[in-house]
Design a protein around this ligand. Structure first.
Ligand SMILES: Cc1cc2nc3c(=O)[nH]c(=O)nc-3n(C[C@H](O)[C@H](O)[C@H](O)COP(=O)(O)OP(=O)(O)OC[C@H]3O[C@@H](n4cnc5c(N)ncnc54)[C@H](O)[C@@H]3O)c2cc1C
Ligand code: FES
Length: 375
């Protein structure tokens, strides 16, 4: 029985959705029985099972997993990410990973973070044949449908993953503009996709690679600065003799906050803030965590009440022993959306305060006084 193709999956879904079958399969539903027979037959479209078909070591601390999801996988736009769900020591964890293609397969590339639970597990414990689960793709940091005349890509470390997907997709489409990639790493050996990027650059006159290694082995050195920007632009002929006349290309940045801020400042300074696009892998908390918070936090469905503090509601729920769904933990993926039935919260990214019944993202909400949540 093959459930991996769309036609047979839709037939199974119709059967599973029928009232009679659901009544016979109660209380778990047909989908659960299929999943018990073979995890790849799951009908859960929010946690789509995917086989690991190959594992490639990229650097000493990063790997690429080639994946074969079941027929529910909807495809993705270059630059998007998904939530990866994985069980570690009996507990389900979820993290965001950018989507890519490798040898025609869906792929993700994961850099092991020091003390990182999921990224280290993926780097050292997974094997070909293991099954992980993926959410449908999400995110609007994507390659534009109408490609601009020139693009400047800037990445550091694992921030290359969405950028690589965009560069490869643009070149595959036969892009005739210029793409320059400024790419920051400690050394060549630490650089994810370095061989593929070098090959792309030598095979394609529309793509220039400017690596910046902090070990001093590259032409450019140090952190991003205006000199790096002007050097990158000189590859695209968008630079006139006087820097005031620079027409900046559409820019896509993914890396640490300091890099994102530095590039954003340059784009603002040259009056091209609208051409600047960034993706963050780590949250930026703008609101001071020192706000004194006194109150009660009630989790209604779990029939649990605790004294609240100034951490975000996701951390407080977890500290209270709950296991709410979560993904990016920075307000992007909406996995942690939850109904607040009473009370006021502060959005820790924008500082905005809101009151009463509403859906909030737990990971970026700080309680102000008594708060009740539906979970
Ligand atoms: C939209 C999006 C796309 C992402 N795409 C990728 C990707 O393609 N490849 C990839 O490797 N990662 C990616 N990430 C980061 C990834 O989701 C995890 O945060 C990362 O793998 C660390 O998870 P962990 O469980 O190992 O660390 P945790 O156990 O959650 O954290 C452990 C420690 O690591 C620090 N930490 C967490 N994340 C990072 C980070 N990104 N950089 C530096 N320190 C960190 C934490 O502050 C903490 O001190 C993405 C994140 C987002 C939001
Ligand atoms: S965990 Fe992604 S928005 Fe909260």
């Amino acid at each position: 029985m093959n459930l991996s193709t769309n036609p047979s999956r839709s037939t199974w879904r119709k059967i599973a959705d029928s009232r009679l079958i659901n009544a016979l399969a109660a209380p778990n539903g047909m989908g659960r029985y299929l999943e018990a027979l073979n995890p790849m037959w799951s009908l859960d479209q929010n946690r789509i099972p995917a086989y690991i078909t190959a594992i490639h070591r990229e650097t000493s601390d990063s790997v690429t997993l080639e994946l074969s999801p079941n027929g529910d996988w909807p495809g993705f736009r270059s630059g998007q990410f998904c939530q990866l769900y994985i069980e570690i020591n009996g507990r389900l964890h979820s993290r965001s990973y950018s989507l890519n293609r490798r040898a025609g397969h869906l792929a993700i590339t994961v850099k092991a973070q020091a003390d990182g639970l999921v990224s280290k597990h993926i780097n050292s414990k997974l094997n070909v044949g293991d099954i992980i689960r993926l959410s449908p793709p999400m995110g609007d940091f994507v390659l534009p449908v109408q490609l601009p005349d020139a693009m400047l890509m800037i990445a550091a470390g694992s921030g290359i993953t969405p950028i690589m997907a965009m560069v490869e997709a643009a070149l595959k489409k036969g892009y005739q503009g210029g793409i320059t990639l400024l790419y920051y790493n400690r050394s060549e050996a630490d650089t994810i996709f370095i061989k593929r990027l070098q090959e792309l650059a030598s095979a394609n006159q529309h793509f220039s690679l400017l690596p910046v290694f902090s070990d001093g082995s590259s032409e450019l050195s140090g952190h991003f600065n205006q000199h790096h920007l002007l050097k990158a632009l000189s590859f695209q002929n968008t630079l006139s003799a006087h820097t005031a006349a620079v027409s900046l290309p559409e820019c896509f940045v993914c890396g640490p906050e300091s890099l994102i801020q530095a590039v954003s400042e340059e784009y603002k300074q040259f009056g091209h803030a609208e051409k600047f696009h960034a993706e963050r892998f780590k949250p930026v908390i703008n609101v001071s965590g020192n706000t004194e918070v006194v109150g009660k936090l009630a989790f209604k469905s779990s029939q649990c009440e605790v004294s609240s503090d100034n951490r975000n509601l996701l951390e407080q729920a977890e500290a209270a022993g709950l296991q709410p769904q979560a993904g990016c933990r920075m307000g992007i993926c909406h996995s942690c959306s939850c109904l607040k039935t009473e009370g006021s919260v502060r959005n820790m990214n924008s500082g905005e305060i809101s009151h009463g019944e509403e859906y909030i993202r737990l990971c970026i909400s700080q309680p102000l006084g008594d708060v009740s949540l539906a979970i």
